[in-house]
Design a protein around this ligand. Structure first.
Ligand code: SF4
Ligand code: SF4
Length: 78
């Protein structure tokens, strides 16, 4: 079975810190990044990318289109 690699991109400059994505993720992949403070809030970080099931709920629910979930098939060596 081909393995899929999921890449989650978060655009900090579009994020407004509502944390809907953190609440919606069924796998706890996303976390508030308390180590950074931008424009008056902590942005979101991808804390556990390996747990992502590519359900895209975070992407669908983000009101500011700040999250993109990219699924990439890993190329098999031929
Ligand atoms: S849902 Fe979007 S705007 Fe809200 S915290 Fe997540 S990335 Fe930021
Ligand atoms: S795609 Fe689904 S599992 Fe992956 S980070 Fe977004 S909500 Fe969580």
């Amino acid at each position: 079975m081909p393995r899929h690699h999921v890449r989650i991109e978060i655009k900090n400059e579009w994020c407004k810190g509502c944390y809907i994505c953190v609440d919606m993720c069924p796998k706890g992949v996303l976390e508030v990044d308390k180590s950074i403070f931008i424009r008056g809030f902590h942005p979101v970080k991808v804390a556990r990318p390996e747990d992502c099931i590519a359900c895209r709920l975070c992407e669908l629910w983000c009101p500011d289109l700040a999250i993109a979930v990219c699924e990439e098939a890993e190329e098999e060596a031929v």
